[in-house]
Design a protein around this ligand. Sequence first.
Ligand code: HDE
Length: 703
Amino acid sequence: MARKISKQANQLATVHDQQLHRGKGGELHQFAEDGHEVLTTAQGGPVDDDQNTLRVGVRGPALIEDFHFREKLFHFDHERIPERVVHARGYGAHGYFETYESLAHYTKADFLQRPGEKTPAFVRFSTVAGSKGSFDLARDVRGFAVKLYTQEGNWDLVGNNIPVFFIQDAIKFPDIIHAVKPEPDRGFPQAQSAHDNFWDFISLTPESMHMIMWVMSDRAIPRSFRFMEGFGVHTFRFINAKDASTFVKFHWKPKLGLQSVVWNEAVKINGADPDFHRRDLWQAIQSGNFPEWELCVQLFDQDFADSFDFDVLDPTKIIPEEVLPLQPIGRLVLDRMPDNFFAETEQVAFMTQNVPPGIGFSNDPLLQGRNFSYLDTQLKRLGSANFTHLPINAPKCPFHHFQQDGHMAMRNPTGRVNYQPNSWGEGPRESPSTGYRHFPSEEQGPKIRLRPESFADHYSQARQFFMSQTLPEQRHIAMALTFELSKVETSVIRERMVSHLLNIDETLAGKVAAGLGLADMPKAADAAVPPRQDLDPSPALSIVENGPKRFEGRKLGILVTDGSDATLVQALAAAVEREKGVVEYVAPKVGGVTLSDGTTLPAQQMIDGGPSVLYDAVAVLPGADAVADLLKESAARDFVADAYAHCKFIGYVSAAAPMFEKAGVDELDEGTIELATAQSAEAFVVELGRLRIWAREPTVKSA
Ligand code: HDE
């Protein structure tokens, strides 16, 4: 008997040995029975059962002794950190910035000295008002925050996709944000500005009118982060080695041109794919189509500032590109997604006060206020003054300081010296020659709370923006204002807004008043300074004027069924690929279809899951025998009806013609193109570069 037991013990020992392995450092690697590494607690203890809590008897109570269960739940309970008070929903990517030419004449910033130099970058795009879990296509400003890990410390250009802001002084920031967020008594609406509190504040804040024109335009519903501009908004300073300063405004220009969606499309995208912008960036980068922007600057001196129509310190004003042209100084390429969303995108801490030597601040009161807020907010969000120890926030250049200890300190200095001056001859020292020197501007004046007179014109650039839009874009602004104000329950707020619009453009005010069914036209709001009518339109402000002209980076949705013409499908896909576009197949079943030549074509979406709002253009290429079934599918009808209503190009085979009738389309136009041959498919793809047939819009939407 005794011999038998010891034999079993030996066998067990052998199995046990096979599951253990000592590494070079003597560390013990443990493997589970199936060869995977053994699951451990956070303390490193191996776990035997991760499916059942420790309990008394088979159906008895759980035991507090179960340290694995308690540690697991404890950690889970603490997984969330406070979301950002604004810009909570965001998506980030890594990449690099490449300098074009030396800018030594203007700035001593080290990363702008050598042509071709690459600086690592992390970028986070965001919406402003919604919570972390809100949808991507809210009508909202988009954050465009860039962190460049330069050799002289991090430079954060924490910008937006709109070059102006709602308010002129940071002291009003809590008010505008409270007003746009869900109303405090009822906790809604989420991620929407269409409610009383927002429009109440706006209608009482005339300085917001220029920004309102932008957020009511299609800029606030971009098709993709890849197709939007970014702006530093404020006037900054470049400072060169001789301590001479040049004012600078920063602009990011997308290589693929500008593009937005229409409002009805945005509403439907939010239902069909709330992660539309995230998925778009993820898919582009994962497939090697790296998005790219050019960094451009507007450079000017004090004389220009003094002679310009508006105060360059006022963040509700732009300097039109036509007045002061942009100079490209480098490019930003995003080529890698984070390995872990939380560690990088969630924990990244952008701060306007992160500037390298050679880049400085102006007295813009919004920028000055931001320079306090961003450091403060990181402590709240990340919970420790050691947030710079997180890899995403740590500089990528050598750094040396005497900061120590605190919650979760990861980098703990060794040695005796943690102060200076010291007698030990150790430790870093400040350097008057290479250290950051603030621009020594001469400031004087009484200590006062006052809004400068030079900030008083609230309407002229709002008008200029509106006048710079193409007709469809102007129509969209009128429709957006009408929609938003239609959700405002208090009629005096609606009227107050129309009275502001009268100072911007009478026709616009008239359209909105008519759309709201306003009984009487109010009189124009009192203006601190009479609105100017003489500012030249700026074509650079139009999205339509600055579109891509080709289909690159865009997506064609092709509706296929069994029996679809193989030659045509293949020709169309090849033509899109040549244009560097992407094709997605939408079919009755995601398993795919059998084409006319007997080949199987897998689909990416079933019709219910792939509505046309997810695509920039569509082609409807069913086999003749499948059309009768499609006519019974409401999702197939919506596919065509929405593509048509959203003014998209629609390619179709003749067999699909009855689908237009079913979709309520009684007039085919230049955007509905019959496809029969490979040549017609190629011609269709060239047309797609126009993206939309705006001439159709008045037939599908009254404004
Ligand atoms: Fe921000 N803003 N902001 N903001 N902002 C924040 O910082 C603030 C403003 C912008 O992806 C917060 O880390 C004040 C203008 C972006 O992580 C907070 C004022 C512009 C992001 C903050 C402004 C921006 C933020 C919240 C008025 C465009 C997201 C979380 C003076 C130029 C960055 C955080 C990211 C985030 C304060 C106005 C852009 C609270 C006080 C103007 C892109 O610090």
